[in-house]
Design a binder for this molecule. Structure first.
Ligand code: MEV
Length: 425
């Protein structure tokens, strides 16, 4: 029988108990579970990843439970320092099950490589000549990466634009490359560089920059969720009012860049945490998300509506340049174990789950903001950190945190006073 990802009270377990449950859920080997426990990055491995290594830098790794994505039970590894994110994500995933969970989809994993042609005598003529040589361009690009082609990927399309710039017109060529399960930066950049002489010959100009475009509009992940109002109702907040409040919060974000930056940041709280946990390039995903949100005027990456039956319906769509092969995804033992934890077989599937997490995270934030506010739940978790930072010994942390929350004073000075009082006792 398929295992369920639903676990109420997961937070009550110890880290070791949670890890054992995760290992059992995802059939992790003892070595994989150990990699997760230790951080999975020995100094020798780190030393091969970047330059001038002096150590490794740890983050907490949490697991969001309760996810149902395309009828499959999923648990999600999240690496980040911010309290509330994993709890909110698990909570929304639990509520989303009442409406059948998340539905996701994606485009083919097509990345864009750009070649900048400068000093082209006849930019519009060059554009036409480049498009006419599409077959030659694709063949030359594909000759650079027979392995990608063997796995069903490779260069698929050529686009050309004349760009009016401060320095005069330039011809910008886009090579569209299906990267399959790779993030694709290396494959695309190698192809770009190999194409430069041919593009110079065709255009009569000079190939200047050759690089990947992080605004990956052809590699989109999407998720949809539909939740009955009853599932959102809570004390003093009837379901209909919560739905209306969430829709209004979305309208605010979509109309105002100040609010929208925070709204989209909340989405990325969830997505980045999974991107990091799986050893992917969070800067690339961030760049893609915010530049996509800026297209046509900075807007929300999600939408929230009340549908014909009064249910809350939400969508998300964003570029998702993540991979399962190459880079840290393969060399980092904990990243490999985290990918296995999610049970994904393709990079597209990974990107889709990340989109579902982003949608859940956004709903978690809007749900809190539209009802009791974000500080109450956040402060409960934050109070423990404040207590620890103020020097509370492990046996007093919970009591110090609970007292600060009850008093509504979650501050270092108050924590210190309470610690002194408890010590005297
Ligand atoms: C905090 O990291 C994220 C939120 O501010 C997002 C939001 O306001 O939508 C809670």
């Amino acid at each position: 029988m398929a295992k369920t990802s639903e676990y109420s009270g997961f937070y009550n377990l110890s880290p070791e108990e949670r890890r054992n449950w995760v290992a059992d859920f995802a059939s992790l080997s003892p070595a994989e579970a150990a990699a997760i426990a230790s951080g999975g990055l020995p100094i020798e491995a780190a030393d091969h990843m970047i330059e001038n290594v002096v150590g490794t830098f740890a983050l907490p790794l949490g697991v969001a439970v309760n996810f149902l994505v395309n009828d499959r039970d999923v648990i999600v590894p999240m690496a980040l320092e911010e309290p509330s994110v994993v709890a909110a994500c698990s909570n929304i995933a639990r509520i989303a099950r009442k409406g059948g969970g998340f539905r996701t989809s994606s485009t083919d994993p097509v990345m864009i490589g750009q070649v900048q042609l400068v000093g082209v005598p006849d930019p519009f003529g060059a554009k036409t000549r480049i498009l006419a040589r599409k077959r030659d361009i694709l063949d030359l690009a594909n000759a650079q990466d027979p392995v990608l082609v063997k796995f069903g990927g490779g260069a698929r399309g050529v686009e050309a634009r004349v760009l009016d710039t401060r320095g005069g017109p330039m011809v910008i060529v886009h090579l569209l490359v299906d990267c399959r399960d790779a993030m694709g930066a290396n494959a695309v950049n190698t192809m770009n560089e190999a194409l430069a002489p041919l593009l110079e010959e065709i255009s009569g100009g000079r190939a200047h920059l050759k690089s990947l475009a992080n605004l990956a509009v052809h590699r989109l992940a999407r998720a949809f969720v539909r939740i009955p109002p009853d599932a959102l109702a809570r004390k003093d907040f009837p379901g209909d009012a919560v739905v209306a409040g969430i829709v209004s919060a979305y309208h605010f974000a979509d109309a105002d860049p100040f609010r929208c930056a925070t709204h989209n940041k909340g989405i990325m709280n969830g997505i980045d945490a999974v991107v990091i946990a799986t050893g992917n390039d969070f800067r690339a995903v961030e760049a893609g998300a915010h530049s996509y949100a800026a297209m046509g005027g900075y807007h929300s990456l999600t939408t929230w509506e009340k549908d014909a039956e009064g249910h809350l319906a939400g969508t998300i769509e964003l570029p998702m340049a993540v991979g399962l092969v190459g880079g840290a995804v393969k060399t980092h033992a904990a990243a490999r174990a985290n990918v296995k934890m999610m049970g994904v077989k393709t990079a597209s599937e990974l990107g889709e789950i990340m989109a579902a997490v982003g949608l859940a995270q956004n709903l978690g934030a809007l749900y809190a903001l539209a009802t009791e506010g974000i500080q109450r739940g956040h402060m409960k978790l934050h109070a423990r950190n404040v207590a620890i930072a103020a020097g509370a010994p492990p046996e007093l942390v919970d009591e110090v945190a609970a007292r600060m929350v009850a008093e509504g004073k979650v501050r270092a000075d108050r924590a210190q006073t309470i610690i002194e009082e408890l010590r005297k006792r």
